[in-house]
Design a protein around this ligand. Structure first.
Ligand code: NAD
Length: 260
């Protein structure tokens, strides 16, 4: 049980982050939600998560491309929860374009949100975790943190970077009860995937259902999308004392994609 623990999950108004936040709350952790979206819908999700699990659930709309906003979110979470035990760096964006025409502003935004935000959030929470002798850092990378695909230069670079950062955090925390691991999902059915289908259809010049079968799940041997519930369960396990020796790992949850 994660009773008495508290977590910040970035990008948790949707998709994988929401699934992980729900799993942590169900396990008894207090949770700070974060992300963009309709304020009424976010408040509905926050209140439901708190009520259903009888835990404290807060929300902070910090933009992960702003180091100052990240630090302010940490201050608010520390004040509300007393301490922060678990960080899930999950917020992420994607842009798909051939490298020759990849917009420089998209490159900067992807590096900032998918990689640098994790550095800033860990920097703001790491010293107290080490001092208390317990901390869990989970970085939601991707199979694209381990292997590449065309047209995703910034995303692949940021996710490989996130896997590297995970290893350094793990080494610096090793003797202090702080673990850091990267989860590397293959394709998970979420809005991020939904939103990529049309872009891929354009790049490859094929129809939507062909993109799903021949592009998305082409390399995923199980031929099924992973689920946010599977990623939530893994996150809860990584936060448990049973996972104390799992650190610095990049764990594929990709239906066998990176096995071949
Ligand atoms: P999603 O689009 O459903 O959710 C992304 C979340 O991040 C949302 O809550 C959004 O509001 C938030 N967000 C975006 N920009 C932000 C910013 N600047 N500041 C704060 N929050 C911001 O996406 P998802 O599929 O759930 O993806 C979550 C993570 O999982 C991403 O890092 C993504 O790269 C990774 N991932 C997804 C898949 C997949 O198949 N869906 C596979 C591998 C890795």
């Amino acid at each position: 049980s994660l009773e008495g623990r508290s977590a910040i999950v970035t990008g948790s108004t949707s998709g994988i982050g929401l699934g992980i936040a729900e799993a942590l709350a169900k396990a008894g952790a207090a949770v700070m939600l974060n992300g963009f979206g309709d304020p009424t819908e976010i408040e509905r999700q926050r209140a439901a998560m708190a009520e259903e699990n009888d835990v404290d659930v807060a929300f902070d709309g910090a933009d992960m491309s702003s180091p100052d906003a990240i630090r302010m979110m940490v201050e608010r979470a520390s004040a509300r929860f007393g301490q922060i035990d678990i960080i899930v760096n999950n917020a992420g964006i994607q842009h798909v374009a051939p490298i020759a025409v990849f917009p420089a502003a998209k490159w900067d935004a992807i590096l900032s949100i998918n990689l640098s935000a994790a550095f800033h959030l860990v920097q703001a929470t790491y010293a107290p975790m080490r001092a208390r002798g317990y901390g869990r850092i989970i970085n939601v990378a991707s199979a694209h943190g381990l292997v590449a695909s065309p047209y995703k230069s910034a995303y692949v670079a940021a996710k490989h970077g996130l896997v590297g950062l995970t290893k350094v955090i793990a080494l610096e925390g090793a003797e202090f009860g702080v673990t850091a691991n990267a989860i590397c999902p293959g394709y998970v059915w979420t809005p991020l995937v939904e939103q990529q289908i049309d872009g891929q259809a354009k790049s490859h010049g094929i129809a939507r259902d062909a993109v799903i079968r021949d592009v998305f799940l082409k390399d995923q041997p199980t031929k099924r999308f992973a689920t946010v519930e599977e990623l939530g369960a893994l996150s809860v396990f990584l936060c448990s004392s049973s996972a104390a020796s799992i650190t610095g790992a990049a764990i594929p949850v990709d239906g066998g994609w990176t096995a071949h």
